[in-house]
Ligand binder design. Structure first.
Ligand code: HEM
Length: 362
């Protein structure tokens, strides 16, 4: 990882993270609408972002969870069934005791991703539970084998306690429906576990930096439980996992700004908007108190950790409570960041997440 130059502006060295060079370049840009390259325009202007999101619906190919599967678009009713099932599974998990916290030791955010998968989906009988196993999801060949196994034998209710996502596979009405339900299980569980792990990891890092700055001895444990919700909203502002939203082609947006041409792609940048001094007081300060008493944080201007109306996240109501439960478990049981002490890397990925090693106990 390249070193950040001594002269790097404060905005690039905030909270002791070292962003990948391309994120760093974006953070160094001054304007709210700027050209990133010959075919991409970056936008961090609050009103323009809202207009762009509202200008046209997201295309099926721009979607992540609900992009086409098994050669066909995902019907709206099966999309809503999936989100309902995901909600049932998250609610059930929040009510059950989590796995032992020592399983959170290791390289973050991966340790947390595996932990969440175990917590939420390990009750599914084989071969279903393999759909969310990290060792499998990282290999296309293994994923294909598991998909085939699940298609032939999606388990039986008698085989074990099952998640609602698994029930959708078993209850599929025809082969296409079943194939799509399998894709939905894999994508929804991955999006949930990866996103929540990134969010909780970013929060742990920001809390640690605050602790170092304050010089207190064990403030992690002193963080009042009620404040964790505010910690997570402040993390969603400063280190939002969904840091960039992509739109293919500028056709629908050309009338909205002279910089955007029909052939351009548009990168919407919540990461930049969330720390712009025109929108926020002391933008680089990690101040969870900002969110105390704020009934609906998403109504805050220039804040879009879960998108704007027109493409708002369907799972936003699940993400923060699950991340809060994970964070509370980690802090209660003394999970500590071991390394690095400073300058943790934030690589260029679709989810923004700080990389560090953590372990439980002294
Ligand atoms: C930490 C976790 C998550 C974050 C930070 C997040 C964030 C976002 C953001 C920023 C958008 C707007 C995208 C855009 O305008 O291009 C969005 C849209 C969406 N999200 Fe999430 N999301 C998370 C988890 C999930 C999960 C677990 C699911 C469902 C399984 C989900 C389903 C959706 C859907 C359906 C949309 C609407 C766009 C579409 O129709 O494809 N999200 N999310």
């Amino acid at each position: 990882m390249e070193e950040v130059e001594e002269t790097a502006p404060a905005a690039l060295r905030d909270h002791s993270v070292v962003y990948a060079p391309r994120i760093r370049d974006l953070l160094a840009r001054n304007g709210k609408v700027f050209r990133i390259d010959a075919t991409t325009v970056g936008v961090s202007h609050c009103d323009l972002m809202a207009e762009i999101v509202a200008a046209r619906p997201v295309l099926p190919t721009e979607r992540s969870v609900y992009k086409p599967a098994a050669g066909a678009e995902i019907p709206h009713d099966s999309a809503t069934r999936t989100i309902r099932a995901l909600g049932q599974d998250v609610t059930a998990a929040i009510r059950t005791p989590p796995p032992p916290t020592r399983a959170l030791s290791g390289a973050w955010p991966y340790a947390a991703t595996s932990y969440l998968r175990r917590w939420l989906y390990s009750s599914d009988p084989l071969p279903l539970s393999l759909l969310s196993k990290r060792g499998v999801t990282r290999s296309d060949a293994l994923s294909r084998i598991v998909d085939r196994a699940v298609t032939i034998w999606p388990g039986s209710e008698a085989a074990g306690r099952s998640t609602a996502l698994a029930e959708l596979i078993r209850g599929a009405s025809d082969p296409l429906d079943r194939k799509q339900a399998i894709a939905m299980y894999r994508r929804a569980s991955a999006t949930l576990c990866d996103g929540v792990a990134a969010l909780a990891g970013n929060a742990l890092w920001l809390l640690r930096q605050e602790q170092e700055r304050d010089g207190a001895r064990t403030p992690d444990r002193q963080t009042p439980r009620a404040d964790l919700t505010a910690v997570l909203w402040e993390t969603l502002r400063l280190l939002p996992p969904a840091w960039m939203l992509w739109r293919n082609g500028g056709d629908a947006y050309t009338g909205l700004h002279p910089e955007i041409r029909p052939e351009d792609n548009v990168a919407l940048l919540p990461l930049l908007m969330h720390r712009h001094p025109d929108y926020w007081q002391d933008p680089l300060e990690f101040r969870p108190e900002r969110w105390s008493g704020v009934a609906d944080p998403e109504k805050t201007p220039a804040f879009m950790p879960f998108g704007f109306d027109g493409a708002r996240c369907w799972a936003k109501h699940l993400v923060v409570p699950l991340a809060e439960r994970l964070l509370a478990t980690a802090l209660d049981d003394g999970l500590v960041i071991r390394s690095p002490r400073q300058d943790a890397p934030v690589p260029l990925r679709s989810l923004l997440s700080v990389r560090f090693e953590a372990s439980v106990g002294a």
